[in-house]
Design a protein around this ligand. Structure first.
Ligand code: AQP
Length: 345
């Protein structure tokens, strides 16, 4: 076998990230991930994946999965991801992800996975009923990223621990197989005003697709009335908005709503407080927040609806993206297999 030289060379800055097609996208996904995806595509080579292999770690009705996958792709494009710039594709269309994940399953240690808090949060007291895939989810995530030797991963704060595991897997692989620097130690890009958007009903829990209460989140596809209603009913404390950001400490609901406003408006929390301090939440702030949400999200949901009307076109873009992704992945996987000692190409 000829040894390809490019896969061993360190990659220039390359971005990988993904969203699961496991339900409607919400404001946390939008601010924590999509907004960053759009900005980064102008700065680096970017791969944005619809991670359907991850989605089936929890039950997905096969009748809905393809439409859900297209919906996430439509959300990427509607938010501003340009498929001529970024590589956009469905994870299951690139079988190299699963193949590298198997190798990494044999590199990662059980003790490392036992420490993953997201698995504990998602399974609670019923972990024996969870799929094995949900347990090894972070290993597949490491494979997603390292299959392209991605150097940067834009994600929300909830993914910080999984990104640390990706670095641990890369370092152990490089060490065990005596391949220094083969896989990069990928950096998470978490910073930003939308890194951790909390539930509208319980500001100690993150806004999440899988929260049973639809009132807990703003979905990208919510109409103006639904958004206004959810914000009106969003939990707050009885105090008025404070004068300073320091006074938001110990007031998680107030802090969350202020954070959402600031992230959407591209302002600091202090600047927002300067306009609303001393007023009750329902007086002017909540109506203004609802208006801002509608202003920012309604063009995205309108564009999503337009794109979703042509599923064949979304499939075409995803298939073209998968071809480009495979061209990057195949030589890196081939070299990984050679390093491991496999004889097959
Ligand atoms: N509340 C959040 N605030 C900021 N960022 C968030 N993300 C998720 N929730 C928030 C970011 O969105 C990206 C895609 O997430 P995902 O769909 O792959 O899975 P997830 O992190 O498990 O998000 P969900 O929506 O809450 O799904 P469920 O309910 O299934 O767990 C990631 O970058 C994530 O950080």
């Amino acid at each position: 076998m000829t040894e390809p030289s490019s896969p061993t060379a360190p990659t220039a800055a390359r971005v990988f990230s993904g969203v699961q097609p496991s339900g409607a996208l919400h404001l946390g996904n939008y601010l924590g991930a999509l907004v960053k995806f759009v900005a980064l595509q102008h700065e680096m080579e970017c791969l944005y994946c619809v991670v359907d292999l991850h989605a089936i770690t929890a039950w997905q009705d096969p009748k809905n999965l393809a439409a859900q996958t297209r919906e996430i792709a439509a959300a990427y494009f509607a938010a501003g991801v340009d498929p001529a710039k970024a590589i956009v594709f469905a994870q299951s269309a690139v079988p190299e992800h699963a193949e590298l994940a198997w190798i990494f399953n044999c590199v990662a240690r059980l003790g490392w996975l036992d420490r993953m808090t997201q698995f504990k949060e998602k399974t609670g007291k019923h972990k024996e009923r969870a799929s094995v895939g949900l347990y090894t989810y972070p290993v597949l995530q490491a494979a997603d990223i390292l299959l392209y030797k991605a150097t940067h991963v834009p994600v929300g704060e909830d993914q910080k621990q999984h990104l640390e595991l990706t670095r641990d897997i890369a370092a152990k692989f490089n060490h065990d197989f005596d391949a220094p620097g083969f896989f990069p130690l990928t950096e998470a890009l978490i910073e930003g005003p939308g890194a951790r958007i909390m539930s509208l009903r319980d500001a100690t829990a993150k806004m999440s697709k899988s929260d049973p209460s639809d009132q807990s989140r703003i979905n990208l596809t919510d109409d103006a009335d639904t958004i206004a209603n959810k914000i009106r009913r969003a939990k707050t404390d009885p105090l008025p908005l404070p004068d300073t950001v320091e006074e938001l400490k110990g007031r998680p609901e107030a802090d969350n709503l202020l954070g959402i406003y600031a992230a959407l408006a591209g302002e600091t929390k202090a600047a927002v407080l300067a306009r609303f301090a001393g007023q009750g939440f329902g007086q002017a702030f909540k109506p203004a927040l609802a208006d801002l949400l509608v202003e920012r999200l309604s063009p995205v949901s309108a564009e999503m609806r337009r794109l979703m009307a042509d599923p064949a076109e979304i499939d075409r873009i995803l298939a073209a993206g998968a071809e480009r992704a495979r061209a990057l992945a195949a030589p890196i996987l081939a070299e990984t297999k050679r390093i491991v000692g496999f004889t097959g190409g």
